[in-house]
Write a protein that binds this ligand. Sequence first.
Ligand code: F6P
Length: 321
Amino acid sequence: MEKIAILCSGGDVSGMNAALKRFVEYSFAKKMVPYFIHNGYEGMIDDHIYPAGYKDVAGIISRGGTKIRSSRSKRFMEEGYRKQAIDNLKAHGIGYVVILGGDGSFKGMQKLSQESDGIRFCGIGATIDNDIAGTDYCLGVDTALNVIKYAIDSIRDTASSFSRAFVIETMGRECGYLTLVSALTSGAEMCLIPEIPYDLERYKTNFQKQIQDGREYFIAVVCEALKNSQEIAKWFENEVGIESRVTVLGHIQRGGNPSVYDRLMAFDFVTYAIDELLKGTECSVVCYSNGGFHTKMIEEVAFQTYKMKPDLLKLGEEYGR
Ligand code: F6P
């Protein structure tokens, strides 16, 4: 029987465990032997590669993180270690590999594909940053957005009991998607992301007018990429004239009970990945765009820049007017 493996690489997301469950079940349905590679690319190098069965995925669908763990592997950048990883895959007789991760993981996947001679690879975008070109959706984003929504709603409760501005810093690396969608869906008064230039003077005029009209608190959602949460909090105190607090949401955004949407997306992503591998495609990525799943060649994804949809950016541009 043919052998197929899966690994998780880079930042974990809620929904990875649902993907692992589907991977085992669908591999068996396709008469293949499923393998788990523990600890991402580090585990591929160190031969932490084990056959997987139903018992390994029982009860994991409701848990965030990844049962097979993840890593950000520096060693994988070196060809010698990649060769070791490929030799391990070959020694196990593994002909297909599914990789859950972000852009960096896909670049690694492409190198593996070029150097492995015959092993097929398929990537699934799994990052709360939602910053992968070619796909509108990456696994884990919905759960992260719901965690942030809950956090901001809670902060609003306390903000509305005082006269204060709350500056809430969200993750996203260099991408403002998580921040913008969170700001919009939490009704924040301010949203700062790298993709949209902002004018603090305009915000100031607007906020001071609102204070004169009786407004008592503000919520500002700021992307970590800008590295200015403390500065914005000081600006609220010194320029707008309102006491402020900073909340850095941090890694809470990556965890939590996976949403129904992420569980379903995990199932579909894995199904498409395995089907694509069985077609014989050498190195591709499963993408979700315009309401459907498609596979794209690695070159169309890994070396392109993700761009947010114009409609979403337009909504973001309304901030601070
Ligand atoms: O890529 C996911 C992400 O959570 C980013 O949003 C964040 O900048 C980064 O990972 C944090 O990385 P680490 O968990 O290694 O500190």
